[in-house]
Design a protein around this ligand. Structure first.
Ligand SMILES: [Zn+2]
Length: 265
């Protein structure tokens, strides 16, 4: 298949459109033309080739690559579905020229990013309104030179901060600069893995040659969906499903018996 036919892109799935399971399945369905390498997690055992993944020159420098990812979470509760952010960080060897080019290409987040972060969740907006109310108390304290409204105003201020704090923390990914053409030579997913599988993640490279060298350098930790371990995990997932179906049947039968008994009485 030609390079133009390449379909799969890790970044295209990073904006909350996919669930954890959907991302696993999309990665596993990608073809060899997509230049993916799947590696299982083994601490301190990740190796990058000593070449720049962008231009192929000797890698005499390093780039810190931060990749945010939003995973869609189904939630049947009152709060409904939501997205869970994560940020994965890796230090990747690049050549000094490409490191410099990436610095020039990188665009810092705009001045309105802080506002967007607070407005990213309803709790952030509510927190802002409550802080506004505390401002009214402070204004009154200033006008009347009285301590009482100042003390009163501290309560909504604290509630406002309490509401905004988790939103601020959760939206940290929004202050990361967008990936540049240089650092998109390398991309990676958060840690994945279906039930009963070890943790693994997918790497995607623009250069096929670099991808092959990366795969050789990490040959000991390759994750294959065709491995005995992956097949055994798939069988265990099927058994789990059968067990939960059986449990549903037993509960359903017990409920029917109870209804029958109550109606007889
Ligand atoms: Zn380079």
């Amino acid at each position: 298949m030609s390079q133009a036919a390449r379909q799969f892109s890790i970044r295209a799935l990073a904006n909350g459109v996919t669930t954890h399971e959907g991302l696993c399945n999309a990665v596993l369905a990608a073809g060899p033309e997509d230049n993916l390498v799947l590696l299982r997690y083994e601490e301190g055992k990740l190796h990058f080739p000593p070449l720049c993944p962008n231009c192929g020159q000797v890698a005499d420098s390093r780039l810190k690559i931060e990749r945010p990812f939003l995973i869609h979470i189904y939630n049947s509760g009152d709060s409904g579905n939501y997205t869970e952010p994560s940020i994965d960080v890796l230090e990747v060897p690049f050549c000094a020229t490409c490191v410099g080019r990436r610095g020039a290409e990188q665009i810092a987040p705009g001045p309105l990013t802080s506002v967007k972060r607070i407005f990213s969740e309803a709790e952030g907006v509510a927190g802002l309104v409550v802080i506004g109310i505390s401002g009214l108390f402070f204004w009154s304290a200033l006008g009347s030179l009285s301590l009482f409204p100042l003390v009163l105003g501290c309560f909504p201020l604290m509630i406002g901060i309490w509401l905004i704090r988790p939103v601020w923390k959760k939206s940290y990914y929004m202050r990361l600069p967008q990936p540049t053409n240089v650092d998109m030579a390398v991309d990676f997913t958060p840690y994945l893995g279906l039930a009963h599988e070890p943790r693994w993640r997918a790497f995607q490279f623009r250069s096929r040659g670099y991808m092959e060298q990366f795969r050789s350098a990490n040959a000991g930790q390759l994750w294959s969906p065709q491995s005995a371990e992956a097949k055994s995990a798939a069988e265990m997932r099927v058994k789990d499903e059968v067990k939960s179906n059986r449990l549903a049947w037993v509960l359903g039968a017990a409920l029917l018996l109870w209804i029958f008994w109550v109606e007889r009485c």
